[in-house]
Design a protein around this ligand. Structure first.
Ligand SMILES: [Zn+2]
Length: 135
Protein backbone atom coordinates (compact mmCIF):
# COMPACT_ATOMS: atom_id res chain seq x y z
CA UNK A 1 0.00 0.00 0.00
CA UNK A 2 1.42 3.33 -1.02
CA UNK A 3 1.80 5.97 1.64
CA UNK A 4 -0.79 8.66 1.19
CA UNK A 5 0.44 12.18 0.59
CA UNK A 6 -1.34 14.81 2.64
CA UNK A 7 -1.28 18.30 1.19
CA UNK A 8 -2.35 21.54 2.82
CA UNK A 9 -5.13 23.52 1.22
CA UNK A 10 -2.63 25.98 -0.29
CA UNK A 11 -0.47 23.20 -1.71
CA UNK A 12 -3.52 21.58 -3.22
CA UNK A 13 -4.65 24.89 -4.69
CA UNK A 14 -1.27 25.33 -6.37
CA UNK A 15 -1.26 21.81 -7.74
CA UNK A 16 -4.76 22.33 -9.12
CA UNK A 17 -3.57 25.45 -10.94
CA UNK A 18 -0.84 23.36 -12.59
CA UNK A 19 -3.37 20.75 -13.61
CA UNK A 20 -5.81 23.31 -15.00
CA UNK A 21 -3.12 25.15 -16.97
CA UNK A 22 -1.70 21.89 -18.31
CA UNK A 23 -5.18 20.82 -19.35
CA UNK A 24 -5.70 24.09 -21.19
CA UNK A 25 -2.31 24.63 -22.77
CA UNK A 26 -0.60 21.24 -22.81
CA UNK A 27 2.67 20.77 -20.96
CA UNK A 28 3.36 24.12 -19.33
CA UNK A 29 5.79 25.44 -16.80
CA UNK A 30 4.70 28.12 -14.39
CA UNK A 31 6.84 30.49 -12.39
CA UNK A 32 5.96 32.22 -9.15
CA UNK A 33 4.57 35.22 -11.02
CA UNK A 34 2.19 33.04 -13.03
CA UNK A 35 1.02 31.40 -9.82
CA UNK A 36 0.49 34.79 -8.18
CA UNK A 37 -1.87 35.69 -11.02
CA UNK A 38 -3.76 32.42 -10.70
CA UNK A 39 -4.32 32.24 -6.95
CA UNK A 40 -5.17 34.48 -4.01
CA UNK A 41 -1.97 33.45 -2.25
CA UNK A 42 0.98 35.60 -1.18
CA UNK A 43 4.33 35.20 -2.90
CA UNK A 44 5.88 33.80 0.27
CA UNK A 45 3.15 31.15 0.57
CA UNK A 46 3.57 30.20 -3.07
CA UNK A 47 7.31 29.74 -2.66
CA UNK A 48 6.77 27.54 0.39
CA UNK A 49 4.18 25.44 -1.45
CA UNK A 50 6.43 25.04 -4.47
CA UNK A 51 9.29 23.91 -2.25
CA UNK A 52 7.11 21.32 -0.56
CA UNK A 53 5.55 20.09 -3.80
CA UNK A 54 9.01 19.78 -5.34
CA UNK A 55 10.19 17.72 -2.37
CA UNK A 56 7.20 15.44 -2.85
CA UNK A 57 8.07 15.23 -6.57
CA UNK A 58 4.59 16.40 -7.56
CA UNK A 59 6.12 19.28 -9.49
CA UNK A 60 9.67 19.81 -10.71
CA UNK A 61 11.79 22.85 -11.29
CA UNK A 62 13.04 23.36 -14.85
CA UNK A 63 15.73 25.74 -16.00
CA UNK A 64 16.56 27.13 -19.40
CA UNK A 65 13.13 26.55 -20.86
CA UNK A 66 12.73 27.26 -24.54
CA UNK A 67 9.80 29.00 -26.12
CA UNK A 68 8.39 27.99 -29.53
CA UNK A 69 11.07 29.99 -31.33
CA UNK A 70 13.85 28.22 -29.49
CA UNK A 71 14.66 31.22 -27.33
CA UNK A 72 15.33 30.74 -23.66
CA UNK A 73 12.10 31.64 -21.92
CA UNK A 74 13.28 31.35 -18.34
CA UNK A 75 12.66 28.87 -15.60
CA UNK A 76 9.62 27.52 -13.85
CA UNK A 77 7.85 24.55 -12.36
CA UNK A 78 6.11 21.76 -14.24
CA UNK A 79 3.66 19.23 -12.88
CA UNK A 80 5.04 15.69 -12.86
CA UNK A 81 3.30 12.44 -13.66
CA UNK A 82 2.91 11.84 -9.93
CA UNK A 83 1.39 15.28 -9.56
CA UNK A 84 -1.20 14.52 -12.22
CA UNK A 85 -1.91 11.17 -10.63
CA UNK A 86 -2.48 12.89 -7.30
CA UNK A 87 -4.95 15.42 -8.63
CA UNK A 88 -6.66 13.31 -11.27
CA UNK A 89 -6.37 9.59 -10.56
CA UNK A 90 -8.12 6.75 -12.38
CA UNK A 91 -10.87 5.39 -10.13
CA UNK A 92 -9.83 1.82 -10.90
CA UNK A 93 -6.05 1.75 -10.80
CA UNK A 94 -4.91 5.11 -9.39
CA UNK A 95 -2.79 5.93 -12.44
CA UNK A 96 -3.25 9.27 -14.15
CA UNK A 97 -6.78 9.50 -15.55
CA UNK A 98 -7.46 10.80 -19.06
CA UNK A 99 -11.22 10.90 -19.17
CA UNK A 100 -13.95 12.09 -16.85
CA UNK A 101 -17.67 12.31 -17.37
CA UNK A 102 -21.05 12.06 -15.68
CA UNK A 103 -23.79 9.57 -16.41
CA UNK A 104 -27.47 9.64 -15.57
CA UNK A 105 -29.47 6.66 -14.33
CA UNK A 106 -29.95 5.39 -17.89
CA UNK A 107 -26.20 5.28 -18.42
CA UNK A 108 -26.23 8.25 -20.80
CA UNK A 109 -23.50 10.86 -20.64
CA UNK A 110 -24.69 14.13 -19.18
CA UNK A 111 -22.88 17.41 -19.41
CA UNK A 112 -23.66 18.68 -15.94
CA UNK A 113 -26.25 21.20 -17.07
CA UNK A 114 -28.92 19.31 -15.14
CA UNK A 115 -27.25 18.24 -11.91
CA UNK A 116 -30.35 16.39 -10.69
CA UNK A 117 -29.98 13.92 -13.57
CA UNK A 118 -26.45 12.98 -12.64
CA UNK A 119 -26.16 9.53 -11.15
CA UNK A 120 -22.51 8.58 -11.45
CA UNK A 121 -19.17 10.21 -12.00
CA UNK A 122 -16.38 8.44 -13.87
CA UNK A 123 -12.70 9.27 -13.98
CA UNK A 124 -10.61 6.71 -15.85
CA UNK A 125 -7.24 6.14 -17.48
CA UNK A 126 -7.02 5.24 -21.17
CA UNK A 127 -6.97 1.51 -20.48
CA UNK A 128 -9.93 1.47 -18.13
CA UNK A 129 -11.82 3.90 -20.33
CA UNK A 130 -11.57 1.45 -23.25
CA UNK A 131 -12.60 -1.41 -20.96
CA UNK A 132 -15.62 0.52 -19.76
CA UNK A 133 -16.60 1.46 -23.33
CA UNK A 134 -16.50 -2.13 -24.57
CA UNK A 135 -18.66 -3.45 -21.77
ZN1 LIG B 1 -6.98 2.81 -14.76
Amino acid sequence: MKEEIKLSLNEKTILEVFMKETDTWGEVCLNVKNLLNNTQLEEKEIRECCRKLTQLKLIEYMRGLMDDDGKVAGAGYCITRDGKKYIFPCQKCGEEAHYSWHENKKGEWVSGVFPEEIDKYFQLCEEHYQENKNK
